[in-house]
Design a protein around this ligand. Structure first.
Ligand SMILES: CC(C)(COP(=O)(O)OP(=O)(O)OC[C@H]1O[C@@H](n2cnc3c(N)ncnc32)[C@H](O)[C@@H]1OP(=O)(O)O)[C@@H](O)C(=O)NCCC(=O)NCCS
Length: 157
């Protein structure tokens, strides 16, 4: 059984990408964690690794990737604030509730603080209660519901 001290949190290397992708396939199951503007696919992993390598973290236990965190920075025009958006956080269900998500988040937060970020954001489905609980535990507040709507242009006219 792994304890917190057996878990290493580190930035990802190219050799981790396949493991991250496949773990994401396991964790972000099909439709559940996908919406109109965010879908788990190979491109998410390779693009973020390519563009924001320092914000792609993995948790490793006995040489196995058991969790990951990937984020980005959002600069707003005419605002002194920059935001850190934790886009994807996933932990292998076989390793759930061992504080791995927590360790990943803490490292992500530390990196953001070192970068001068003043506000962190996360988003998830309104019915993803475990994640909401997790983020509340980490100090996030003011959950706001967001409504997505679609207009089928094929049916118009
Ligand atoms: C959310 C997630 C990352 C948590 O990872 P984890 O390593 O199991 O979480 P931790 O062990 O660090 O949990 C820290 C605290 O969060 C809360 N928490 C975590 N999982 C929970 C669950 N299933 N139900 C209720 N509370 C939960 C608890 O307060 C927990 O502390 P405790 O175990 O001492 O009670 C993981 O469940 C996951 O990968 N979920 C699917 C993907 C997802 O929803 N990602 C977030 C949106 S991108």
């Amino acid at each position: 059984m792994n304890t917190e001290s057996d878990i290493e949190i580190r930035t990802a290397t190219i050799d981790d990408l396949a493991a991250i992708f496949h773990l994401g396939e396991k964790v972000f199951t099909s439709q559940e964690f996908s919406n109109l503007y965010r879908t788990w696919d190979e491109y998410e992993v390779t693009h973020l690794f390519n563009s924001e390598t320092e914000y792609v973290l993995v948790a490793e236990a006995d040489g196995q990737v058991v969790g990951f965190a990937m984020g980005t920075i959002i600069e707003k025009a005419r605002s002194a604030w920059s935001y850190g958006h934790l886009l994807w956080l996933g932990v292998d269900p076989d390793f759930a509730r061992k504080q791995i998500g927590s360790l990943l988040f803490d490292r992500f937060r530390e990196i953001m603080e070192e970068t001068g970020i003043r506000m962190l954001m996360v988003d998830t489905q309104a019915d993803n209660k475990p994640a909401i609980k997790f983020f509340q535990r980490k100090g996030f507040e003011n959950p706001t519901k967001h409504v997505y709507m679609t207009l089928n242009l094929q049916k118009e006219g």
